[in-house]
Ligand binder design. Sequence first.
Ligand code: FES
Length: 102
Amino acid sequence: MPQFVRGADIQEIPPGTARVLRIRGREIALFNADGTFYAVKNSCPHRGFSLDRGAVQDGVVTCPGHGWQFDLRTGDSVDHPPAGIRCYRVEIRQGWAWVEVP
Ligand code: FES
């Protein structure tokens, strides 16, 4: 059953950066995209590079491996459909990001 798990203090994640969370055996990248937080599986579907070090602009992260781009709102690849990344719901509660995981 999906459940929200406390992830990180959002003040520790400046805009345009991400924090890696390890929750229930999953590695999740929690991004701050201009003040909105998104959580995605921290693995690019191309060759598995970690996405947390990718640049973020207008809600889109660019994989640091070979430049594939993913919309953090939907997980869809912008430039290599139908590739995509798994997204997790995020709620902000009293300054903390909570992430819903199965
Ligand atoms: S591993 Fe992400 S684009 Fe190649």
